[in-house]
Design a protein around this ligand. Structure first.
Ligand code: RIB
Ligand code: CA
Length: 310
């Protein structure tokens, strides 16, 4: 399966990238960075660092949007640290960023590949994806599916009471993506809050003992402190790799087709994903909204694939 990962690393983004690079079923055509957890200059650098930690300096990494379509950029250093990848010792990546803008790479790749054969996995704000859809109106019809981490229904929000971070940062972009007509799989907080990096699960990753797994453990130990200190939980939610896991083992998840709209104007609820879970409107069911996950099964998969990153 050919995929493009659009990302704002972020320790959980790193987990998604490592899971993808450790899975032979997936061909990562490229990684496109977007401003989100930290500014673009850091997210593109972090994406290259994670590829290098995974032994994959051949991966094409592009820089994309440095700001949302309309809103001022909101970042999340409070969760991910100043670098966005706090935890392991970082280094200057040994391979360069690709020339050219991430949005052009997305458009050109989708036009060059056979229609319906490339999946987009956005795991940060949706700015790059929206810009690509605006740049090439035929694009939506060529996308195999968009498997995104974002939103929340019963789980509501994590950056405001009603909005999840990726959608909140660029709600206008999210609205464009949700309305584009391509098949959409939405991995909301309702699922990711059930995928917790407990001590036992982190020890399992530590036992793999290769470069990528060692770095991942240091990332998780740093990243989970936020939720442990704030909520007293054992670990924190591992959001982004659930999208890759869905590609590899969709049976780990359960959900239903729903209509999803994005609130873009309310001061109080901007960035909320309004999910018609109970089918009370006649609005088109534009997204598969997942709710349940076999978290142990996810970590079995995650550990198995990280071990491939020898
Ligand atoms: O709300 C969680 C999402 O916001 C994840 O993608 C995390 O990396 C941050 O970008
Ligand atoms: Ca992310």
């Amino acid at each position: 399966m050919k995929i493009i990962i659009d990302t704002d690393p972020g320790q959980d983004d790193a987990a998604a990238i490592m899971l993808a690079l450790g899975s032979p079923e997936l061909e990562v055509l490229g990684i496109t960075a977007v401003a989100g957890n930290v500014p673009l200059a850091l997210t593109e650098r972090n994406a290259r660092i994670v590829c290098e930690m995974s032994g994959r300096t051949d991966i094409k990494v592009f820089a994309g949007a440095e700001a949302p379509l309309v809103q001022p950029l909101v970042t999340a250093e409070h969760v991910h640290g100043k670098t966005g990848l706090d935890g392991p010792e970082l280094f200057n990546p040994s391979f360069p960023l690709q020339d050219g803008h991430a949005v052009d790479f997305i458009v050109e790749t989708l036009l060059a590949e056979a229609p319906g054969t490339v999946t987009l996995c956005p795991i940060g704000p949706l700015t790059n994806i929206a810009l690509a859809l605006q740049k090439e109106p035929s694009l939506a019809g060529r996308i195999q599916q968009i498997v995104l981490m974002g939103g929340g229904y019963f789980a509501q929000g994590n950056i405001t009471p009603s909005a999840e971070f990726n959608i909140y940062v660029d709600p206008e972009a999210a609205a464009i993506v949700m309305a584009c007509g391509a098949p959409i799989v939405m991995m909301p907080l309702d699922v990711t809050h059930k995928v917790m990096t407990t001590k036992a699960r982190v020890e399992r990753i530590r036992a793999i003992d290769n470069r990528a797994a060692r770095a991942m453990v240091e990332m998780l130990v740093f990243y989970e402190r936020f939720d442990e200190e704030k909520y007293g939980t054992d670990g924190g939610p591992l959001h982004d790799p659930t999208t890759i896991a869905w590609l590899l083992q969709p049976d780990l998840f359960q959900g239903r087709m729903c209509n999803v709209e994005i609130e873009t104007s309310s001061k109080l609820t901007r960035g909320a994903t309004v999910v018609d879970w109970w089918g009370v409107t006649k609005r088109a069911k534009n997204a598969l909204v997942l709710q349940e996950v076999d978290a142990d099964g996810f970590f079995d998969l995650f550990a198995e694939r990280l071990a491939n990153l020898g």
